[in-house]
Design a protein around this ligand. Structure first.
Ligand code: BDR
Ligand code: CA
Length: 409
């Protein structure tokens, strides 16, 4: 199993302190072989170092979970801003998500934790710092996260987000520095210091969140909610099966989906319907504030690339919809599902499989003839996620553009 280690900025899962890179690579290859040879659940348990894939809560943790949920609900009933950590890989739609959150009084952003994803960590980290500077919110701590997925080689999406992750727009080098804690450490500390108060909004590969849970499995019981942009019940955008964030780190996603945290999955089923138009970009460009101007530049550059035959054909603001769903609950419609994350499929890794509780429901055939047959009672169809199944795109864009421009439209 890989061990995470701080290496300059971020956590390099490929290296370890004792034996150098080749040992680490051998270990990674061994983990991978073990992963393929074993059942998915065992492999995930190995990847996270002892937290079983389906982590069942102790009585103490269940009580903590109930109180966490109550505490978050209580805060929102009192009209207090919802406290969130944004785990992200900026990324053009990540940038819109961060701007939306930072400019919405319904949310209090406690930290931003970049991870490798759309582009490597050495770009997502400074991009996050740039975005807080543009929004004049350098009070929000930014902590460097994982530079590699738990087990796999990093796959990026520079073809969508441009070489620098922000559509190639040349924003100045950030002056602000990341905090000294790593992203998983910061997530863990803030959540532990505020049990039941901190919602995680994860809009990148789930490596950082999985690492925080691996370090502290009972953390799940004091996280009242996690909103994930990722997954799809209607086909992927990286492979026919898998959405990008799940594709990049399926093992991390599986850990998070199985952790027992009340989860909302805002996947491609809805985000693909939130497409930017020329009119939206013009509205952003017309407003005279740094956030709106920066957002306009990023989207204009993406739009131009698209028009000149780039690989992107539509600009969907996936991540901003996940944030919007916390500001305006009714921008999406949710439905209970039990969601499994595919981790062993050779062509389908990262796929999300949703069971809505209606027959016929069967798990995949087991991988080995010698595996004991599960009894129907062991097949867990209890919902683990609310999946966004419908969206009101006009309502979403109204919210986004009015918050970024600072004026009602
Ligand atoms: C997701 O993948 C990334 O490219 C986007 O930022 C978004 O989080 C959409 O599949
Ligand atoms: Ca993202």
């Amino acid at each position: 199993m890989n061990r995470d280690k701080k290496s300059g900025q971020g956590i390099d899962l490929e290296k370890n302190g004792s034996g150098g890179e080749s040992v680490a690579r051998d270990k990674a290859a061994r983990s991978r072989r073990e992963f393929l040879a074993n059942s998915a659940g065992l492999a995930v348990a190995a990847a996270i170092g002892g937290l079983a894939g389906s982590h069942s809560l102790s009585a103490h943790e269940s009580a903590a979970r109930a109180s966490a949920t109550k505490s978050a609900a209580y805060a929102s009933a009192l009209g207090r801003p919802r406290r969130i950590i944004i785990d992200t890989d900026p990324g053009i739609d990540d940038a819109m998500a961060i701007f939306l959150a930072l400019r919405s009084p319904e949310l209090k952003v406690e930290a931003i934790t970049p991870v490798a994803g759309n582009v490597p960590l050495d770009l997502t980290l400074p991009n996050a710092l740039r975005l807080v500077e543009i929004a004049e919110r350098t009070d929000v701590p930014v902590a460097a996260g994982a530079s590699q997925p738990l087990l796999r080689r990093l796959a990026t999406a520079g073809h969508v987000h441009g070489v620098n992750g922000l559509a190639g727009v040349d924003f100045p080098e950030p002056k602000t520095k990341p905090v000294h804690e790593t992203a998983p450490e910061l997530i863990r500390r803030i959540v532990r210091e505020n049990p039941g108060e901190i919602t995680i909004v994860a809009v990148g590969p789930l490596t950082n969140v999985a690492l925080a849970l691996r370090a502290d499995p009972a953390l799940a019981s004091v996280i009242p909610a996690i909103v994930i942009m990722g997954g799809s019940l209607s086909g992927g955008n990286m492979t026919p099966a898998a959405e990008f964030n799940l594709y990049v780190d399926p093992e991390a996603a599986r850990i998070v989906f199985d952790a027992g945290i009340p989860l909302t999955m805002v996947g491609l089923d809805v985000t693909r319907k939130c497409l930017v138009s020329e009119q939206h970009i013009k509205q952003l460009e017309a407003a005279n504030n740094p956030v709106s101007q920066a957002a306009g530049k990023i989207l204009r550059a993406t739009y131009e690339r698209m028009r000149h035959g780039g690989e992107v054909t539509d600009i969907a603001l996936h991540d901003a919809l996940a944030v919007a769903s916390l500001i305006d609950h009714d921008v999406i419609t949710r439905k209970d599902y039990y969601v499994e994350v595919e981790t062993v499929g050779e062509w389908t890794a990262g796929q999300t499989i949703g069971y809505d509780g209606h027959a016929p429901v069967r798990k995949s055939p087991q991988m080995e003839t010698s595996a004991p047959e599960p009894s129907p009672a062991e097949i867990p169809y209890k919902p683990n996620a609310q999946v966004a199944v419908a969206v009101d795109p006009a309502r979403f864009f109204h919210l986004l553009i009015s918050r970024l421009t600072g004026s009602p439209i």
